[in-house]
Write a protein that binds this ligand. Structure first.
Ligand code: HXC
Length: 287
């Protein structure tokens, strides 16, 4: 599908946005899109090479970007990274908690360290970054926006990804708590729950083989995965001044995947419609 452009080119001018995990996957796509809409974008991640490449890509299209390698599990490293980004780009006023860790495992086989490594990245990392930017905004009497990328199972839990489910539920609770607590400072917090949007990082860990991919597609009423531009349009809107009253919200963007999974008769949607109608008619009592 061709990307659809609904925005002014300067939609995000005046925004200086830190994106964790901004060198790869959805983080990279959000970084490029936001830079193209006029935000100054600072990206953080563990590996310098993809960060450097993403900043070069932002600059190539006239965007302003900078990077700072850091492991967000370390609060001091987060503070140093934000210092470095602010010295290049000026004071930050936005954050996207995007960095995540996840893998498939039976929960009884998880080592304490395996549980810890995912929860440290997703929950503690998001807290460290949120706290760091929040303190700076409050101190400077600046307003701002904080967005966290979660998943639909943040609300329901999910088998075989327990550490991620627990951590994402925590990030959602943090978003909802702080939306109320920090509204007085003019800080908006929202969460977005994407369904499957193909990325190397998530698909290599969570989608083992084409059979799983086929099954995943069958859980989506339109039978297609999301395209990155569909997500980045939503994110750009939520991070812009077009949505000042939207805070404390969880926006799901999954082609109704989560609803499909919870609806008892959803399977009929995948039958040939004429055949489904015929079947339903055959069940109607004859008079
Ligand atoms: C069981 C595992 C494991 C696996 C790692 N561990 N992978 N246990 N099954 N597949 C265990 C290790 O044995 C170790 O425990 C502990 O976890 C830490 O592993 P390390 O490799 O040393 O940790 P680290 O290098 O910090 O890597 C963190 C990571 C890794 C989370 C394990 O996968 C990672 O860096 N991921 C980042 C990228 C990522 O996951 N992206 C996908 C996000 S997708 P022991 O006891 O042996 O020391 C996402 C979307 C969700 O979140 C929604 C989807 C629809």
């Amino acid at each position: 599908m061709e990307p659809f452009e609904p925005f002014r080119k300067d939609l995000l001018s005046g925004k200086t946005t830190i994106i964790t995990g901004g060198g790869t996957g959805l983080g990279r796509s959000m970084a490029l899109r936001m830079a193209a809409l006029g935000a100054k974008v600072g990206i953080v991640g563990r590996r310098p090479a993809p960060l450097e490449e993403t900043v070069a890509a932002m600059r190539k299209t006239g965007g302003q970007g900078a990077f700072a390698p850091a492991d967000i599990r370390e609060p001091e490293a987060v503070a140093r990274a934000v210092d470095a980004l602010e010295s290049e780009l000026g004071p930050a006023n936005q954050l996207i908690n995007n960095a995540a860790g996840n893998f498939l495992a039976a929960s009884e086989d998880l080592s304490p360290n395996a549980f810890n490594s995912v929860v440290q990245i997703v929950l503690y990392g998001s807290f460290h970054c949120t706290r760091e930017l929040g303190r700076r905004l409050i101190e400077r009497q600046q307003t701002g926006e904080i967005l966290s990328i979660v998943t639909s199972y943040a609300q329901t839990g999910s088998a075989f990804v327990l550490p991620s489910a627990v951590a994402k539920a925590g990030v959602l609770a943090m978003t909802r708590s702080l939306a109320v607590e920090w509204a007085a400072y003019g800080i908006r917090l929202n969460a977005v729950a994407p369904g499957p949007f193909p990325t190397e990082g998530a698909f290599s860990r969570l989608m083992p083989g084409s059979e799983m991919e086929k099954q995943a597609r069958r859980r989506i009423p339109s039978r297609r995965f999301g395209e990155h531009w569909e997500l980045t349009n939503l994110v750009a809107y939520l991070m812009s001044d077009a949505s000042p009253y939207q805070t404390g919200d969880l926006v799901t963007i999954d082609g109704a995947e989560a609803l499909f999974s919870g609806q008892q008769f959803a399977g009929f949607a995948h039958l040939d419609r004429a055949a489904a109608k015929e079947l339903m008619a055959s069940l109607k009592p004859k008079r």
